[in-house]
Design a protein around this ligand. Structure first.
Ligand SMILES: [Zn+2]
Length: 254
């Protein structure tokens, strides 16, 4: 059993026994891990306050080689997620990020760029960033980093050029836009406006920083297509999708 010291973001903590928690965390070096924190529910816990949802902490983990759970032996709070003190929109935005990472990642597969993306996203949500724009950027960057980027340039099925009409068919099962010939073979397609397609293309560009805002007339359609696409990728409806901002404006926080 190797002891690993790393920085982690808490994605979920569930009660395991009267005194313990099972904590799912995203780490930079080890990927996502689930570890048991013994004694974490005791009044005088060695983990005091460090295992709250979306807290960033310094942890020591004993990684088991077999199927059994890793063991969390130390956690020191580095930064708390304060979305709940600011607004429901920011709190739910944080919950959404945690849910997406639980749905899309596998344990013990390191994705340092996903970790950095998550830290950047939480800083914006917890700070003054526009929540709607930050989450659309987070979704598209995350999908790209995990190999699920929607196809936006040529027909996702046959590779031919797509017509430059005002609206283009987007196939959920093919995972991107399709030409008129391939469209007839798709079970379900959405129709997407060119400027919205342009936004998707832009938001998934490698190295792009989170945008300050997304044009108001594009956001609703962009969010709708993203939601349906993500449902197809994960095979279920993420619970927090219903709580995503409907408009791109973020109320100023006190
Ligand atoms: Zn085609």
């Amino acid at each position: 059993m190797a002891a690993e010291q790393t920085t982690a973001i808490v994605l979920r903590a569930i009660e395991f026994s009267e005194t313990s928690l099972i904590v799912t965390m995203l780490t930079r070096e080890l990927g996502r891990i689930s570890a048991i924190a013994k004694g974490a529910r005791r009044a005088k816990s060695p983990f005091e306050g460090s295992l709250d949802l979306l807290a960033v902490c310094r942890v020591v983990v004993l990684c088991k080689s077999s199927e059994s759970l890793d063991l969390l032996t130390e956690a020191k709070l580095h930064r708390r997620f304060r979305g709940a003190d600011r607004s429901l929109e920011r709190l739910y935005g944080g919950y959404y990020v945690a849910e997406m990472l639980r749905l899309l990642l596998d344990d013990h597969e390191p994705h340092p760029e996903v970790y950095d993306l998550t830290i950047g996203t939480l800083q914006r949500i917890d700070g003054d960033g526009n929540v709607a724009a930050t989450l659309a950027w987070f979704d598209l960057q995350l999908l790209r980093l995990l190999g699920h980027a929607p196809g936006t340039d040529r027909c996702t099925e046959c590779g031919s050029a797509c017509p430059s009409a005002a609206r283009v068919p987007f196939s959920l099962e093919a995972g991107g836009i399709v030409c008129n010939r391939c469209r007839t073979r798709q079970r379900s397609t959405l129709s997407i406006r060119q400027p919205v397609l342009g936004q998707i293309r832009q938001l998934q560009r490698p190295g792009l920083q989170a945008p300050l805002e997304i044009p108001r007339d594009l956001y609703g359609e962009l969010r709708l297509i993203l939601n349906r696409y993500i449902q197809t990728v994960v095979g279920s409806v993420p619970r927090m999708q219903a709580f995503l901002p409907m408009m791109t404006k973020t109320e100023p926080t006190a």
